[in-house]
Ligand binder design. Structure first.
Ligand code: ADP
Length: 536
């Protein structure tokens, strides 16, 4: 069969496929305007391919008919404004859409009118076997300019959206952009660069294939797979070409045996092609699902990190805001207690004492919150200096004695040593021991709290034991974990579950160890802190 007829047939096939695509899009569009307009793009691609095919199939050197077939291909420009409207609907950027659409369509009407009725666009067509070529008219450049503006509009719109979007939509847009780029590059090479170099336009029809690939891919992307992958695109393209070649083989065969053979291979190619595409799609979809999941997870993670930072900033801010007025309250209560404001009755002193302890508890809580943030963010700073541990612990016991007295607990301090030196951050280390004694008093309703300091080889051991509520085996596993605390029905057992967590971190920073022992519920507890003592 003549090669011109074959080219005609292959273009008719493209036209037919585009038409089917347009019908499918319209049928499934319901009220989705994006699909309707993509359907129009496919429809005009069909027209374009059909007239291109007609020029080849009905080639007749003697008549003007061929010139008209060729001129009619300019009707294809309508696919551009249709696709632009599709992108506007797809990315939902509808600003001035009506005006733009009207102007663009008007441009297409003017161009196709002059292309059909004058020789401004196509002057003459002639055969340069196996191609049909044209002599372009003097307004041809205007048509190219129009095409250029349209494609640029599409690309700008898609790119803008691409940078704004994330996750799923971003991936989808990548493929649309790729599709437009394929069409654009093919179009420019075949209808502008080649004619510029060789002075004629013999590969006009290739643009028809390219626009079909472009519209087809876009349609598949929004109709079937959520988004496309280059691997699917490549496979489909390859399979399509193999089918066309197999079909041409079948048509050009003349003998019955030949028809049988090529027909068989055509059927085989179709089945194998479909299977191949399906398996690639499956593989790609699985991979892309994973990709989306990872991307979404990453985004969620980033969000969480941001939120966490915000939370931490807010916490620090709020904590500081609470701390300063509380210190003022505590200060006034102290002034009442020590008589600076004049003699106060026992009743008033009792109340002032209560205010002071409540303020102390509040300040302690805020400090704990701030400390735990500092530890988490690795911002806890230590000022190590050499000091006598015995004095520090003794003083702390005395400071907390009023609390024990209040609960009528016997608080004792024992040590055989006078001077046990270690290198510590006095303020932070005191905080640890204070917390242990405080807890012992808090969690003991009657009996005693004992504090001792002993020397053990190269270490100093501080033990805080009590006859209180004890710690169950389950709770023992987590008392040093942030925010973990026992369950209490008694509301006076207030706390945050931060004290022991902070204590552990501070002791670790002193290269020491902290642990607890308890026989169980209601059997009392024993807390141990061991720190190295370099000075014997
Ligand atoms: P908080 O005292 O604020 O709850 P901590 O981190 O200081 O937080 O203590 C964690 C948990 O360990 C407490 O809730 C309590 O259940 C238990 N605990 C700590 N010290 C004692 C103790 N001396 N006796 C009994 N239970 C204790």
């Amino acid at each position: 069969m003549d090669i011109l007829k074959l080219r005609g047939i292959s273009l008719f096939i493209v036209a037919f496929c585009s038409l089917v695509l347009a019908l499918v899009l319209w049928q499934r569009a319901e009220k989705d305007k994006a699909k309707i307009w993509l359907g129009f793009s496919a429809f005009f691609t069909a027209l374009y391919a059909f007239f291109c095919g007609g020029t080849y199939f009905f080639w007749n050197a003697d008549s003007m008919a061929s010139v008209y077939w060729y001129r009619t291909t300019w009707l294809g420009v309508f696919l551009l404004p249709s696709f632009i409207i599709f992108t506007y609907y797809f990315v939902q950027n509808l600003n001035y859409l009506k005006i733009k659409a009207f102007l663009l369509y008007l441009g297409a009407v003017i161009i196709s009118y002059f292309a059909l009725t004058t020789d401004f666009f196509v002057k003459f067509v002639y055969l340069k076997y196996p191609n049909i070529s044209t002599l372009v008219g003097k307004l041809d450049f205007l048509g190219r300019l129009y095409i250029f503006i349209c494609v640029a509009l599409v690309l700008i719109n898609l790119f803008k959206e691409y940078f704004k979007s994330s996750g799923f939509k971003k991936l989808q847009l990548q493929y649309f952009i790729l599709g437009v780029a394929i069409f654009f590059i093919t179009g420019i090479i075949t209808t502008a660069i080649v004619p510029l170099i060789i002075g004629e336009s013999p590969y006009y029809d290739i643009t028809a294939y390219a626009s079909f690939v472009w519209i087809g891919l876009t349609a598949t992307a929004i109709l079937k797979y959520h988004f496309l992958n280059i691997k699917i695109i490549a496979t489909q393209f390859l399979v399509f070409i193999i089918w066309v070649v197999a079909l041409i083989n079948f048509i050009t065969e003349e003998s019955f045996r030949g028809h049988l053979l090529t027909g068989g291979s055509l059927i085989f190619m179709v089945i194998a092609g479909i299977l191949l595409i399906k398996s690639v799609i499956k593989e790609v979809e699985q991979r892309e699902k994973l990709e989306i999941l990872t991307k979404d997870l990453q985004a969620a993670n980033e969000k969480l990190i941001k939120l966490d930072k915000l939370k931490s900033e807010f916490l620090s801010f709020a904590a500081h805001q609470v701390k300063s007025p509380m210190s003022v309250v505590k200060g006034y209560a102290t002034l009442i207690l020590d008589g600076t404001l004049g003699l106060a009755s026992k009743k008033i002193k009792d109340v002032a004492q209560k205010i002071k302890s409540a303020a102390n508890r509040m300040i302690g809580l805020v400090n704990n919150l701030l400390d735990s943030r500092r530890i988490e963010e690795g911002r806890m700073e230590y000022n190590f200096e050499e000091t006598n541990i015995v004095d520090i612990v003794k003083n702390l016991v005395e400071e907390l004695r009023p609390l024990a007295d209040e609960k009528k607990l016997e608080l004792s301090f024992t040590t055989k040593e006078k001077d046990l030196r270690a290198i510590i951050d006095i303020q932070k280390f005191s905080q640890v021991i204070q917390n242990l004694i405080d807890n012992a008093i808090k969690y003991t309703s009657q009996g005693w709290v004992k504090v001792s300091v002993t020397k053990e080889d190269g270490d100093i051991l501080i033990v805080v034991s009590d006859s209180g509520s004890g710690i169950s085996k389950d709770l023992m596993l987590k008392i040093f974990v942030q925010f973990e605390r026992g369950t209490f029905t008694d509301k006076t057992m207030s706390g945050t579950g931060l004290g022991l967590y902070i204590a552990k971190q501070i002791v670790l920073a002193h290269k020491g160890a902290i642990w607890a022992e308890s026989e169980g519920d209601e059997k009392g507890s024993k807390f141990f802190v061991k720190i190295p003592a370099p000075y014997k």
